[in-house]
Each structure stands twice: as C-alpha cells, then as structure tokens.
Design a protein around this ligand. Sequence first.
Ligand SMILES: Nc1ncnc2c1ncn2[C@@H]1O[C@H](COP(=O)(O)OP(=O)(O)OP(=O)(O)O)[C@@H](O)[C@H]1O
Length: 226
Amino acid sequence: MNSQSFDLTVEDLQYRVKDGASFRTILDINHLDIVCGEKVGLRGTSGSGKSTFLKLISGILIPQKGDVYWGAEAINRLSESQRDDWRGRHCGFLFQDFRLFGGLSALDNVILPLTFRGTITQADRSRAKTLLDACAVPAQTQASLLSRGEMQRTALVRVLMSSPQVILADEPTASLDHDNAIHVMDALFEAAENLKATLIVVTHDSSMLNRFRRVLTLEDGTVRGA
Ligand SMILES: Nc1ncnc2c1ncn2[C@@H]1O[C@H](COP(=O)(O)OP(=O)(O)OP(=O)(O)O)[C@@H](O)[C@H]1O
C-alpha cells in the first residue's frame, strides 16, 4: 500500500505559448483541488486547453508560473528526468494518439513501461497477455498493424499494467464505436475504483460525462466547477 498522498492541488498556474512576437495565455488557473480517488470529467471547446492541462498536471509540460502539487510534491519543480520517473511510477496516461511503438508487438508495448519499476518478470508477461486477451487484442501483432480500437485498448492495458495512482485519459473514446467506448470507460472506472486512483478524463461525449459526479469545464483559460 502506498502511503503517499495523491491529492492534486493546482495553485496560481499560468501557461503561455509563443504566438508570433508575443505570448498567448492558454491557462490561468487560480486554484483547483482534486481529492485522491476522485473521478472527474473535463470538457471544454476545441482549443480550450484540455490536453495542455493534462500535460501540466502530469509534468509533461511545466507552467511559467504556479505549482502543481500531488500530495506534498510540487512536480513542476522536479527536473525533467525526475518528472519522467514520477510519471513512470505513479501516473497512467491514455493519450489521444495512443503513443504506441509501431514496430513492437502489442505485448511489448504494454510491458515496456514496467522497466521504470524494475525487471520485467514472467508474471508481468502473463498478466499483460491475460489483459490483452480480455480486451480482444492480438498480443503478438505489431502495434502499427492493429485497428484503431485495438490500439486504444492496447494503450488502455498499458495504463492498467502499471497500477497507477493517477489515471489521466485524453478523449479515450473519441475514435471508438459505441461498444468499444463503453468497454474503455468501464475499464477506466473499474481500475480507478480498484486502485483507489484519481481518474481525470477529457471527453466531449455527454453520455460519458454523465458518468462523473464532478465535471470541470475549461473556459477562457480557467476551470469552471472547481
Ligand atoms: N506548443 C504550442 N505552441 C503554440 N500553441 C500551442 C502549443 N501547444 C498548444 N497550443 C495552443 O494551445 C491551445 C490549447 O491546446 P490544447 O491541445 O490543450 O486544446 P484542447 O482543448 O485539448 O483541444 P482539442 O479539444 O481540439 O483537442 C490551442 O489553441 C493550441 O493551438
């Protein structure tokens, strides 16, 4: 059991990008708390900063101003390699574009991140194979040859394999048919429940948003419903 707290606190955060000769503010969030184990839906119009927000709270990006705390740890103050390590240990990120290694099999894609935590065991390989089978993904097929639904489910299994305390998903059902979308969302909720993990899901889909007790909206660079 991990005794580390994974409450999220975003404090006075500002993220700007270069826009020609000047800068454009993408996010300006005064304060946001998400309690460890909460399941939160995140919506907002295209370009409102949803993906950027997930990348900031996972330490992929760092803000120009403010802090992102997971428990007592301000992850934006860590070095890049420390942030990578933190993500590898604690955070499962389901990306919009899957981020699979096309030349590797589905199975190898799924077990690769476990190298962050030590040596991969035969038990890890068996568990990965069982989860891929349960998700109807052909484990030995090269990732570049998988269908989009299979790619998404492979990315999902990769998240589940690392038993993260923080699960972030960026439009995880966008490219899926209805049945697959439900399967992916069910699996995310079940994993979050079992792991007592925090789950934050970006989605435009109102039927998916209805599942969340708390829904945040990104608008004009800030979070409504915080
Ligand atoms: N590195 C960058 N340089 C310039 N602009 C950027 C950069 N990264 C993001 N942006 C801009 O920031 C804004 C927010 O982008 P982001 O991808 O977070 O939006 P989003 O809400 O996830 O959009 P969508 O729903 O379309 O995926 C967009 O206007 C985008 O063009």
